[in-house]
Design a protein around this ligand. Structure first.
Ligand code: NAD
Length: 482
């Protein structure tokens, strides 16, 4: 199989926050890979905006240094790196002032696609969009890309949406959740809607329950002050886990088209039922050998913010009524893993002898590491001894199945940035989706404020607080291992 690269149209991409972490670690490396793949046209231009006085040359050499530090894949391809860096310009603009805007405007071309990537704190979205409009940088077809977090609650998300929609049409706004750009996330749709095998049994009649786990072995690192305001619920559940839940649970869209898909995702979010207090487990990691506690890392010795959350949620709709969805996410857990597991019910009439510890049939979709799919099947335990059953995995790792093509597949940011240029919003969140997600999260998070003692401590390297197991044991189920 050969991967097909369709070059995008010529473009000017302006990255506000060009000296920041995201631009250096993700955006520019992603663009470099697309350059190497010849998806970026030769006359594409990337304009990085920062506050510091830097020449193009000194900015390029900083980027080259950081590419080598990480290191970015294929950084040793000197010819491609040199060509790519030559296409990057630097513009000095303090977005709170008026200096630099007219120079920035002069750098933009009229006859190419124009996109603004706001890789800055959300508090700057308003001023950037206002100044870009005032200085006539905004063209009728330009795109604007905004990073997560999109708000802290429903009210702040509404404010951000209002700021953006006051100056841009919804079709111009690209709200990034980089999880949606991952190959396997899109495979959720291919798997469901490209195989007649699954769709007939994708409902509460056949599905016992669904688990979504997004676990990280690392701690909060240098993001302490941001994270302590957000916690796992706002940082992960509101966006990544909700998006995965939507793709797993949504009805088949009429077309593979951005709004058709986003309409169906919105219906899922709106059918999320109220979450009872005892259907939520919040946790926080303690210290361990060589590892600081959450409170030490965030610098607040009495912080009540959760670094782990597990929830039992249900969807009030025809397809899923009676099938619980268990979600969990946390930091400093045993491993770094993202997976969705669909556990199927036993056949309605069981003709074999009952056996202890039988897990039954399940389909697990791994997003990381080793993107792939595992189907757990029940078969006869080979050999003599009567009709005993056992379970075996039917395992497919994309890297093995697709060989070198898997390595050539674009990563999430590569795909998403190219989609912005192409004008394809399928993998981006619409404003109403984001608001509906906050409307569901807000009452849960508000309930915690008056829930003394509702935070359970867990050891680093574990699979979270024991209470998260009790959440499933209560329903006679178990988490799939981390
Ligand atoms: P950062 O603090 O490293 O960079 C922020 C950038 O904003 C810097 O380049 C800074 O110079 C610029 N900036 C600040 N004030 C400015 C002003 N007045 N005028 C012009 N430029 C100004 O932050 P980051 O980690 O790069 O994150 C950027 C955004 O992306 C944030 O909203 C963050 O939440 C989001 N995000 C980051 C990551 C990541 O991996 N870093 C991941 C997901 C989302």
């Amino acid at each position: 199989m050969v991967t097909t690269v369709i070059p995008v149209e010529p473009f000017d991409l302006v990255i506000f926050g060009g000296t920041g972490d995201l631009a250096r670690r993700k955006l520019l490396p992603a663009l470099f890979q697309r350059w190497r793949a010849r998806q970026m046209p030769e006359n594409a231009r990337v304009i990085c905006v920062g506050r510091q006085p830097l020449s193009d040359e000194s900015y390029r050499s900083r980027i080259e240094t950081s590419f080598r530090e990480f290191p970015v894949p294929c950084v040793e391809d000197r010819e491609a790196l040199g060509e790519f860096l030559n296409g990057i310009c630097y513009a000095r603009v303090d977005v709170n002032g008026s200096d630099g805007w007219s120079e920035l405007r002069r750098m933009l071309r009229q006859d190419v696609i124009r996109a603004f990537y706001l890789s800055v704190a959300p508090s700057l979205f308003g001023v950037i969009t206002a100044m870009a409009t005032e200085w006539k940088l905004v063209s009728p077809d330009c795109r604007i890309v905004v990073e997560k977090p999109f708000g802290h609650d429903l009210a702040s998300a509404r404010n951000l949406n209002a700021e953006l929609s006051g100056r841009f049409d919804e079709r111009q706004i690209y709200r990034i959740d980089h999880y949606l750009g991952k190959e396997t996330v899109q495979n959720l749709m291919a798997l469901r809607f490209g195989n007649s095998l699954f769709e007939p049994i994708w409902n509460s009649q056949y599905v016992d329950h669904i688990q979504i786990s997004v676990a990280e072995s690392g701690g909060i690192g240098g993001r302490g002050s941001y994270y302590d305001e957000a916690g796992a619920m706002r940082d992960m559940v509101q966006n990544h886990l909700m998006q995965l839940l939507c793709l797993i649970a949504m009805e088949p869209p009429a077309q593979f088209e951005a709004d058709a898909i986003r309409d169906e995702k919105l219906k899922v979010i709106k059918s999320l039922g109220r979450v009872a207090k005892d259907d939520v487990v919040r946790g926080q990691y303690l210290s361990g050998p060589g590892v600081a506690s959450y409170r030490d890392e965030c610098g607040d010795p009495v912080s009540e913010t959760e670094s782990f959350v597990a929830l039992r949620v249900h969807l009030d709709n025809w397809r899923w009524s009676g099938t619980p969805f268990y979600l969990r996410t946390g930091k400093r857990l045993r491993s770094t893993l993202t997976e969705v597991s669909v556990a199927f019910k036993d056949p309605v009439h069981w003709i074999f002898e009952e056996q202890a510890n039988r897990k039954g049939t399940s389909l697990t979709i791994r997003l990381q590491p080793n993107e792939g799919i595992t189907m757990r099947m029940t078969i006869k335990d080979p050999g003599p001894g009567g009709m005993r059953l056992t379970e075996v995995p039917l395992d497919m790792t994309f890297a093995e199945a697709l060989g070198s093509n898997a390595e050539a597949m674009p990563n999430a940011y590569e795909r998403l940035v190219m989609d912005v240029i192409r004008g394809n919003q399928t993998l981006f969140m619409r404003g109403d989706e984001v608001e509906a997600a906050w409307a569901w999260i807000d009452p849960i998070a508000a309930g915690w404020a008056d829930l003394p003692g509702g935070l359970y401590m867990y050891d680093p390297g574990s699979d979270g607080p024991v209470q998260s197991h009790a959440l499933l044991h209560r329903d006679r189920r178990d988490w799939q291992g981390l």
